[in-house]
Structures are given as C-alpha cells and as structure tokens.
Ligand binder design. Sequence first.
Ligand code: NAP
Length: 301
Amino acid sequence: MTPICLVGIGKIAVDQHVPAINASDDWTLAATVSRAGTVEGVPAFTDFDQMLSETDIPVISLCLPPVPRYAYAAKAIAAGRHVMLEKPPGATLAEVQALADMAQAAGVTLYTTWHSRMARGVAPAKAWLADKQITGAHISWKEDVRRWHPGQQWVFEPGGMGVFDPGSNALSIITAILPMPIHLQKADLMFPSNCDTPIAAQLQWTENVTGDFDWRQEGPQSWDITVKTKAGTLTLHDGGARLLIDEAEVAAGEDREYPALYDRMAELVKTGASEVDVSPMIHVADALTLGKRVTVEAFHF
Ligand code: NAP
C-alpha cells in the first residue's frame, strides 16, 4: 500500500477522505497536516513544511478550501510529491494551470478531482446522451448552506465561490455528460449585502441549458439535472446518484464517489499520468465575469 498524507482535517476530510483511504487496498494514511484536526492513530503534523522535510510520503491529498490550497500544492510538487486536489481545484484558473505546468516539469501526478463525476448515474448518463440530439437541459441545485457548511465563513469570502462551491459539482456533471460544448450567455448573481460571494445564481447557457443554484433552500434539498432530447428525457437525481430515463430507474445504489477518486489517483500515480480539468471552473469564472450583481438580505450562519 502507498503512504498518503491528508492535509486540512475538516469536514470533507473526516466525512469522506479518511473512510475512503481506510477502506482502500491502495493507500495507507501515513500522516495528517492540520492546525487543529487530527485522525486517531495517525501521526499528526501542524506544519506542512515540517511534514515535507521529515517524511518521504509520496502522495499528498489536499482537502483545504481553494484559496489556501495553491501554496500547499506548489510546495508539495516542488518537493517531488504527487498531489490530489479537492474541488474546485483552485481559487483561479491560472493557478491551476501553473500547478499543472509545475507537475509536468517535476514529473509528478496532479489530479484535479471532481467527486460528483464519480456518482453512480454520471457515466451511464454520458453514454446514453452521446448520440442524442439535445433540445435543452436544466440544473436545479438547491441546498441549505447552514446544514452543509456550518459556520464555514470562507465560502462567503473572496475566492470561496459562494453557491458555486456546491454548484461546481453540478457543473462538473453537466460538462461531463453533454455531448456538445455550451457557453454562458446570462447570469444573475444574488450577493448578500454582507458577503463577497453569491448565495444564489440563475444561469443561462447556449443550447437552451439553464441552471438554478440556491443556498437558501430549507426543507427538501435538490441536486437534480434534467436533459431533454429528441429520444426522451434523462434525469439525474441526488447529485448524480440516481439516473432515470423517461421516469424509469436506470442506475442507483451505494455511493462510491470518494473511493472511486482514490482508485483513480492510484491508477494515475502507477501510470505516471496527470488529470487536470478546469472546465467546471470556467463556467464559474464566466458567471462571475458576466453576471449581473443583485444585492439581497444579509446572511449570518
Ligand atoms: P473546512 O472544514 O472549512 O476546511 C477544511 C480544513 O482546511 C479546515 O479544517 C482547516 O484545518 C483547513 N483550513 C481552512 N482554512 C485554512 C487556511 N486559510 N489555511 C490553512 N488551512 C485552512 O472545509 P471543507 O468543507 O472540508 O471543504 C474543503 C474543500 O472540500 C472545499 O474545497 C470544498 O469545496 C470541498 N468539499 C466540501 C464538501 C462539504 O460537504 N463540506 C463536499 C465536497 C467537497 P485546520 O484549521 O485544522 O488547519
């Protein structure tokens, strides 16, 4: 098993990364780096430079928010380590490109993970849509930020991307399954009067594709994508976990998103390859470039 170091022991590291690594035959969790978080029984560092100088752990998985993540990734690559990035892969597109160039020059693997692409319905949805004529699509991504990001102020700070933090999951799916490219034509972005990032957004792309993203959804949560084609309607529910074609269930079952990311990282390291895809982030950047800013009620956790 290959030793791996997990950096940023917060919500997603504890909820998903640690269980996925522990259940894998490819990886052993050899160290953590976090100022406050630890994992029982695993050597814990509070300083990243110290971990790099005192260990030769070959693979680093970065679970920090996007803004601080770049500096860690650049140091890890400079130290000859393979790097796995949580989504979205950076605070800017240019910094992700810089990391890709550094990784290539250093001969190490860089993997920009998009966990929602590993949801059970996504690959069969892509396969079914491949030869279809698309007439339109709609994303409905509505969740309660207080429930899923309790107290995480960084999501409303510059670079936190606001509702596009979970919204990039939908964008990672739509960019994977549609057989044709789309580009943004209109966006309305709702910024709470005390926040630097949007809490909701309505987006409209070419090819009759629309998206409704909202972090103020109390009650039932929705992570749904519907694609209309001349041959029928495809729907992904539950963030891609359930696939229906014309209301008939095609794929559903156990969530293996994070285990699948770690399987893929093992494959990339073994073959000496990288996988860097910023296409979901391009739509976020476009929305923030093109979008009309609407000020809404202040938000407090
Ligand atoms: P989080 O719990 O707020 O942060 C993760 C850890 O990163 C924190 O515990 C903190 O550890 C460290 N950290 C935070 N700010 C830092 C800074 N400025 N400098 C250095 N370290 C810092 O966030 P999260 O929810 O796990 O999200 C992290 C990433 O995972 C995000 O990109 C998010 O989009 C992605 N993600 C989150 C979820 C979810 O449900 N929350 C789901 C999928 C993906 P220390 O203070 O101990 O150093």
